[in-house]
Ligand binder design. Sequence first.
Ligand SMILES: O=P(O)(O)OC[C@H]1O[C@H](O)[C@H](O)[C@@H](O)[C@@H]1O
Length: 305
Amino acid sequence: MKTAPGSWSFTRWTTVDQLEALEVRHPEFYARLFLQGAHLSHFAPAGAGNWLWLSDTARFMTGRAIRGGIPVCWPWFGVPGKNPDPVRQTVLSDTPHGFARTAVWNLEDVRESAQDVEISLSLDASQDFAELWGGRASALITFRFAATALQVALTSTNLGRTPLAFSQALHTYLPTPDITRTQITGLDRCNYIDTLDEWSRKRQDTALCFDGEVDRIYDTGGADIGLNTPATAYRLCSSGSRSAVVWNPGPEKSRHLSDFPDTAWQTMLCVETANAFDNIYVLNSGQSHTLSVMISRLEEHKDPS
Ligand SMILES: O=P(O)(O)OC[C@H]1O[C@H](O)[C@H](O)[C@@H](O)[C@@H]1O
């Protein structure tokens, strides 16, 4: 059922510090979605805590990326200079992760039912970002919240006359009670770029465990990814994605990160649904591409160790 503003049953506008957000209080789940960055900070089925990690020192300020939740990195991922030529040539800025995560998106649609809520936001990147980027494109993002899963789908459309290259990520921050007892499955036998070892190419032979800083771009070919923490297990099923970025800043880098407590690396990690480096994609004029992830989680369980 599509509903107009004012007739929403579960969704309402709210303001957090300087930022406007939509808050969904559905009997089955809670969510908070900021217009700036199309940034989801909270998703929690009834009776559960936030499935997403959000920094205790996150700031909700105009033009500032929120530390935690799901930042949208678009139309480029990472440092522009590290992107392959077709992406780098379009970028006119040094800013990492594109402009979408600090741009104000437009509300397109809210659909509510007894089972789920869907919210769509759009960003027109055809003119306003000309100082930062040489492309002309639009982005449409749809969040679908339900008791058992969170789904995010980001569609990019090339509005220009010539082919346009993109890198991108749904930069999901997830919580763990203890990063040293956290494991990622589904990446074994995948090749990856180790950005901490001069961007050398390596192969993952086992499940991925953490014993310090990790910053890697995996070639997943679209495989599902599992995350096992001492408290629970997540499953991330993607489509339109050929990369996964796994990031934990470790103790040293944490001290220099904005809006990030020094010890927070012990209780978070990012598993990013992406198309990056070798897996950038090029859209012809008028063509669209959708990147999506569905995140589900087991009930919290007692630490087995
Ligand atoms: O600090 P930010 O710009 O939000 O970036 C945070 C992190 O994002 C990604 O995971 C990159 O792979 C990391 O190299 C980067 O440090």
